[in-house]
Design a protein around this ligand. Structure first.
Ligand code: UD1
Ligand code: CA
Length: 485
């Protein structure tokens, strides 16, 4: 077998996708944290072909930048070909060959709406294609319900004759359960030639790529079908129902891979994991947890229940309960939650804590430091082993600008401290409960709010007569008078 760099992959993503009924181009809809387009380009890149060409057309103002973005992600060139009018899959492939005109290696064609397709499956298609010395090999699948797919027609000897689309098929042909996945391997020269001879005499008035099979076969070329082992991998997405089905199947696979890698997933059905997420050994994931983006969960961390993390790094043995977090880091052995909102650029050190009803943003919190209850901490640094009192606010916004608060190590701030930024609290300092910190607190100082508490006796009975509070106050006063008397 020659190596796979002898091939080019043309990915079709120009179609209108009308069945989605969407303002977004079909292949930009997402499952498993990636667009359908991105899944198909990753699969193509996985076989390290010489060229990848994405064919864009319908809503290409959306699709073309999305192709560039994936190209950057996968770190290789993806050429783009434009199909101005969507005259069918055959026409799309014609357009797709333009950037690689004259290419005579193997040309693979895939549909960008087949998101579960794996690189290994493409490799096995190329292998079968080469072993059979075929001019065309279609990747086929067998389905109990083949509705909507092109049917593979074979002659009495089992040789592939042609593909007939659902809309062009006779009732008898519709009974055929072997169908076209939309993924093919072609001899580049045979493909280029056959594409000049396809026509649109069919129910949809389009140029079909599938017609290349019949043409090649009539020319006496070897045309074969490689039956996929796992038909669910080749499910096409044409509408929202199929999108959800493909999403569920992909998630089932991703969650299973995490379990096979040594993670405990308490309820696989309510756990959603994006394809780029990395999960270590002896991680425990509780129900209703979603992990997306480039999230990394280190060994022995415990996540959930009811937690959504996107682009988060969670250290070894950390615990994250009922938390919504993004673009942040949680250190080893740290604890977070329940009911914690972690916004971007939060870095919680080892053994640190962000407790219940705490919101953080752009806050670097040192090892062993704790923000345990009911606090907003934003645009701040906290040193090591400090404790922020309950119900504190880092007052970072003056209505025009955001300002920074820096808190040292071994600091203990009282409940309900307001840090009016910009402000600095030195190492080992304390603040009293209810302090509004307007100016810097030197190391080792206690900051307290000026002003004494004043009690205005009898105010409630006087100003709020007849209320339950006034009645309670009256009873208390009478009781104490009786006791005194
Ligand atoms: C196609 C196949 C069908 C196969 C099925 C597998 C044809 C004629 N039919 O049907 O045999 O069983 O896929 O999922 O090939 N596209 C373009 N330009 C166009 C039309 C389509 O780029 O002018 C792209 C679409 O964006 C899509 C792909 O080609 O990614 C397939 O098009 P779609 O309309 O979904 O074809 P199906 O009806 O699913
Ligand atoms: Ca399709």
């Amino acid at each position: 077998m020659s190596n796979s760099s002898d091939c080019a992959v043309v990915v079709l993503a120009a179609g209108a996708g009308t069945r989605m009924k969407s303002d977004k181009q079909k292949t930009l809809h997402e499952i498993g944290g990636r667009s359908l387009l991105s899944h198909s380009l990753h699969a193509a890149a996985g076989i390290e072909p010489e060229h990848i060409v994405a064919v864009v057309g319908h809503q290409r103002d959306q699709v073309s930048p999305a192709v560039d973005k994936v190209s950057e992600e996968i770190g290789r060139e993806v050429k783009q070909a434009v199909q101005e009018e969507q005259n069918g899959t055959g026409h799309a492939v014609q357009c797709g060959l333009a950037p690689i005109v004259g290419y005579t290696g193997t040309v693979l064609v895939t549909n960008a709406d087949v998101p579960l397709l794996q690189s290994d499956t493409l490799k096995s298609l190329v292998k079968a294609h080469e072993e059979n010395k075929a001019a065309v090999t279609v990747l086929s699948l067998k389905l109990d319900n083949p509705t909507g797919y092109g049917r593979i027609l074979r002659d009495a000897d089992g040789n592939v004759q042609e593909i007939v689309e659902e809309k062009d098929a006779s009732n008898e042909q519709k009974q055929v359960t072997e169908v076209n996945s939309g993924v093919f391997a072609f001899d580049g020269a045979v493909l280029a030639d056959a594409l000049t001879r396809i026509d649109s005499n069919n129910a949809q008035g389009e140029l079909y790529i599938t017609d290349v099979l019949g043409i090649a076969r009539n020319d006496g070329k070897v045309v074969s079908a490689h039956i996929a082992q796992d038909p669910r991998e080749l499910a096409g997405v044409n509408d929202r129902v199929q999108l959800a089905e493909a999403g569920a199947e992909l998630n089932r696979r991703t969650v299973e891979a995490a379990m096979r890698g040594g993670a405990t997933i308490v309820d696989p059905r309510s756990t959603f994991i994006g394809v780029d997420v990395k999960i270590g050994r002896d991680v425990v994931i509780h129900p209703n947890t979603q992990l997306w983006g480039a999230t990394v969960i280190a060994d022995r961390a415990e996540i959930g229940p009811d937690t959504t993390l996107t682009d988060m790094i969670v250290g070894e043995g950390a615990s994250v309960v009922r938390t919504h977090g993004s673009e942040s880091e949680i250190g080893a052995q740290a604890t977070v939650g329940p009911y914690t909102f972690i916004r971007p650029k939060t870095v919680l050190g080892e053994r640190g804590k962000l407790g219940g009803f705490v919101e953080s943003k752009n806050a670097q919190i040192g090892a062993g430091s704790k923000v345990p209850h009911l606090t907003y901490i934003g645009d701040a640094t906290v040193g090591e082993e400090s404790n922020i009192g309950a119900s504190s606010v880092f007052v970072n916004y003056d209505g025009v600008h955001k300002h920074q608060t820096n808190i040292g190590s071994y600091v203990r701030t009282g409940s309900d401290t307001m840090f009016v930024a910009p402000v600095t609290v030195g190492d080992g300092a304390y603040t009293g409960a209810g302090t509004v910190v307007l100016k810097d607190v030197p190391a080792g100082a206690l900051a307290i709010k000026e002003g004494r508490q004043r009690n205005i006796e009898g105010w409630v009975e006087d100003k709020r007569p007849g209320t339950p509070a006034a009645q309670a106050a009256q009873r208390a006063r009478e009781n104490s008078t009786k006791q005194e008397g």
